[in-house]
Design a protein around this ligand. Structure first.
Ligand code: EPU
Length: 440
């Protein structure tokens, strides 16, 4: 298992290119299962979660082909990772095996597409994960309202469509913690091929839902209102091939905005959509960070004083839970007391203990963390526990005095493309050490 060794104190300065969104690309790869024609995607990041999803859609019959990197602007623009083609070649296997699902919960995204196109699906039930209990009841409930039936057998969800084709209806999709992002996408995908009209009330409004709806429309679906709490879908008989560019990763972008601020640096972030980060900009400006936008580029400058703030995570367009840990790392070296409340995943605080090992003073009370700012964090040996908690530790390490070793960085490899290379290119002192050396 690899580790990062980070020597803190460097001021980050320079340009970073933001990758395509992981959380948009994952469900979109499952959309490749909904047509017999070719779907070409640009901007799919190279990440271990993407590899897992490609393996899964491959097992479900999609032929996957990654082209050579495209550096020049041709047609749909440059693509440094190379465009990716998905082409469904056979429909014999409709089972998402435990081996894959246990590594990546987004595997559940194949459920809607498989039921809509093939009328059958077996998906291993995703278990709990480091950020809390993550049920999929809203996914199955929404699909049941479209006419799917489920039984639970040996750890699997076994789905079928007894009437042969799903049927549109009006439904409420929200749950106790608000809307569900992947649940909305799953049901929207299924409804795209259902008979008649579906109206999803209480839908998630995240940009990743909009991105998926936009691709489906390019493929011939008739979806309106995606990006709002009410999505209307007029089902069609068939979807065709299409070409699509994945939106920029708003979470990676927010993480690097905080990297600029916490290192007292100055970063130019390219390939961003600041509209997707409006609540993050609001909170960071309140802290004192200076943020400017020019077209698709964001300029971030740290301020000398880190003002304490209150922040609550909320569904989009509120402050994203996926940037809660990173903001906490920043506020840990603030002036005064900040209050962070987690409303999406109330137990998503595994980073608190590790930040405290680095000298932070953070106390957790239920779904709230009280952050007493300290003057300086110190380097320490810490452990990555989940993707965003790991990103918070990297940020804390950049600002800390001395050397930090972060073990188990495979968590970070799931969702940040080449993070150590991107940070090193703007002046961070960060090194990846491999396996045995790391744990020695
Ligand atoms: N929920 C239910 N029942 C369901 C589904 C969700 O009760 O059937 C609850 C969840 O437990 C949670 C809330 O609803 O309390 C919202 O969860 P949501 O379904 O929106 O989460 P998700 O779609 O499974 C995606 C992202 C997460 C991100 C959340 C919230 C992907 C692959 N994952 O998960 O990203 O935190 O939305 O924005 O898109 C990450 O990237 O680190 C990550 C965890």
């Amino acid at each position: 298992m690899d580790s990062f060794i980070i020597r803190g104190g460097a001021r980050l300065k320079g340009k970073i290119e933001i990758s395509g969104s992981k959380n948009s690309a994952l469900p979109i790869l499952a959309v490749g299962l909904m047509t017999d024609e070719k779907v070409t995607l640009h901007g799919v990041p190279r990440l271990s979660d993407i590899d897992s999803m490609l393996k899964l859609v491959g097992e479900l019959g999609c032929h996957v082909y990654r082209h050579e990197p495209r550096t020049k602007t041709v047609g749909d623009g440059p693509d440094l990772n190379g465009p990716l083609d998905l082409e469904l070649r056979d429909e014999k296997t409709s089972e998402a095996r435990y081996d894959i699902v246990k590594t990546m919960r987004a595997s559940i995204c194949v459920l809607g597409p498989l039921l809509a196109k093939r009328g059958r699906a077996i998906v291993s039930i995703p278990g709990g994960c480091a950020i809390g209990d993550r049920p999929v009841d809203l996914h199955t409930r929404g699909l049941e309202k479209l006419g799917a039936e489920f039984r639970y057998e040996n750890g699997n969800i076994v789905g079928s469509v007894p009437k042969g084709r799903l049927k549109g209806t009006r439904m409420y999709l929200g749950g106790a913690q608000g809307p569900t992002v992947l649940g909305t996408i799953n049901v929207m995908c299924a409804a795209a091929l259902a008979e008649g009209e579906t109206v999803l009330v209480g839908a998630a409004c995240e940009p990743e839902v909009t991105d998926c709806g936009n691709l489906l429309n390019k493929m011939g679906a008739k979806i309106t209102g995606h990006g709002s709490p009410e999505i209307r879908i007029e089902g069609v008989d068939k979807l065709h091939g299409a070409e699509h560019r994945i939106i920029p990763d708003r979470i990676e972008c927010g993480t690097f905005m905080i990297a600029a601020a916490i290192s007292n640096g100055e970063l130019e972030l390219k390939n961003c959509n600041l509209d997707h980060l409006i609540a993050v900009v609001d909170r960071l400006e309140e802290v004192g960070v200076k943020i400017e936008r020019q077209n698709g580029t964001i300029f971030v400058n740290a301020s000398r004083r880190i003002n304490p703030i209150e922040m609550t995570t909320q569904p989009y367009p509120g402050f994203p839970t996926d940037i809660q840990a990173q903001l906490m790392a920043y506020l840990a070296i603030g002036d005064g007391m900040s209050v962070i409340t987690e409303r999406i995943f109330p137990d998503r605080f595994l980073h608190v203990g590790e930040l405290n090992r680095m000298g932070a003073r953070i106390r957790k009370e239920g779904p709230t963390a009280i952050v007493h700012g300290v003057q300086q964090l110190q380097g320490a040996a810490v452990m990555a526990s989940d993707l965003r908690a790991s990103a918070a530790l990297v940020l804390a390490a950049l600002a800390a005095k001395g050397t930090t070793r972060i073990d188990r960085v495979y968590h970070i490899d799931r969702g940040y493309e080449k993070i150590e290379q991107k940070l090193a290119a703007v002046g961070a002192d960060i090194e990846r050490v491999k396996g045995e050396r790391a744990v020695a």
